[in-house]
Design a protein around this ligand. Structure first.
Ligand code: PLP
Ligand code: MN
Length: 373
């Protein structure tokens, strides 16, 4: 069977790219990759472990490692496989993985790379230990703590101690630390409100650490934080690692966050775009492009038209987008769209097309894409 079709070839001009296509502006991407470690340079003991859920692309993960990352986080087993098979040597799974078959697949990755994973139940810890023993590997385990996001994770307190003690008592699993991520805080618009909400999450992480300390269980690793809040986790003195993901690409939703200077966040640049083509300009009052729900995730709002911010994209269904007013667009013109939400948009594509100076310079396969089986 043929592999996924490529939308273009390296060296092509932009006008030769078949659309819809997922583009990354390589100049902007490189600036984002360089900026992240600079923002953290005064926290000399703090580690950077970007979240690869945003790109699902091992080529980009390896670039993050060359820009100071200790490894990456992933959310799904197929992302972990893509990273390890793509040459990433240290992967933290920030999600609970269950079922015998998946645990065996996870342990087989630990034969090639340093793997750690979060847990929030005794059953899962026992299953991880059994699978690790069977495959003859050791993996690191972090207790997943609910620091304000009611998803997975145990509350800071006695349950953290129970799980940590169980990890310490079983073979082939090593207690590494605490996972304390709060997702909703990332998108609080005002910087001072984001800081306040993060302070509450940091306090919960500190409570979990204190519970371990009181039980004489040593723990020197606390990880969490995303693009919206990582500086607050970094400054807290409680976190030893941050896991921002979206900063490499940014999106329209993050573009609505404000920084401490009261301006829209400008530290990181929009590097990700969906390239679409105008296929119709009916009645002269709208331009219809070939990118709808199957080309752009709209869970965080519709895409923005770049650089024509006066033109509004309306979802035209599965395969269409309707631009109003049509501006100067004619049939066949290409349109650059800024996705509302980068991660699920990337998940729709097989290839990330790297562009610079009006040409295709790189084609990176998004090998971790898909539902994450
Ligand atoms: N860490 C975890 C556990 C996440 O689930 C996410 C994103 O959802 C991130 C880090 C990265 O967040 P962002 O892409 O907003 O930087
Ligand atoms: Mn996201």
């Amino acid at each position: 069977m043929a592999g996924p079709r490529t939308p273009c070839r390296i060296g092509d001009a932009l006008c030769d790219i078949d659309t819809p296509a997922l583009l990354v502006d390589l100049d902007k991407l490189e600036e984002n990759l360089k900026t992240m470690p600079i923002t953290l340079k005064e926290y000399s003991n703090l580690k950077l472990r970007p979240h690869a859920k945003s790109h699902k692309c091992p080529t980009l993960a390896r670039l993050q490692v060359t820009h100071g990352a200790v490894g990456v986080c992933v959310q799904k087993l197929t992302e972990a496989q893509a990273m390890v098979h793509g040459g990433v040597e240290d992967v933290l799974v920030t999600n609970e993985i269950v079922s015998r078959s998946k645990l065996c697949r996870l342990m087989s990755l630990a034969q090639h790379a340093t793997i750690s994973i979060v847990v929030d139940s005794q059953q899962n810890i026992r299953d991880l230990s059994d699978a690790a023993q069977q495959m003859g590997v050791d993996i690191g385990v972090l207790v997943d703590v609910n620091v304000g996001m009611p998803r997975c994770g145990v509350l800071p307190g006695p349950e953290v101690v129970q799980l940590a003690s169980l990890i310490n008592s079983l073979p082939n699993v090593t207690l590494k630390g605490l996972h304390c991520y709060q997702g909703a805080n990332q998108h609080i618009r005002k910087a001072e409100e984001r800081a306040e909400a993060t302070a509450a999450a940091v306090e919960k992480a500190a409570t979990a650490l204190k519970a371990l300390e009181d039980a004489e269980i040593s723990c020197d690793y606390v990880t969490g934080g995303g693009t919206g809040t990582y500086m607050y986790e970094a400054k807290s003195g409680v976190f030893t690692e941050v896991q921002p993901g979206s900063y490499v690409f940014m999106d329209a939703d993050y573009g609505r966050n404000f920084g401490e200077d009261g301006q829209p966040v400008h530290q990181f640049h929009q590097s990700l775009f969906v390239l679409a083509t105008v296929q119709s300009v009916p009645e002269g009052n709208r331009a219809v492009v070939d990118a709808g729900l199957k080309a752009i995730s709209m869970d965080s709002g519709v895409p923005l038209v770049y650089p024509n911010s006066d033109i509004v994209y309306h979802c035209g269904g599965d395969e269409h987008g309707v631009l109003v007013p049509p501006g100067k667009y004619k049939i066949g013109d290409q349109v650059w769209l800024i996705p509302g939400h980068c991660d699920p948009t990337v998940n729709l594509y097989d290839w990330l097309v790297g562009v610079r100076g009006g040409r295709v310079e790189a084609m990176w396969p998004i090998t971790g894409r898909g539902p994450g089986v």
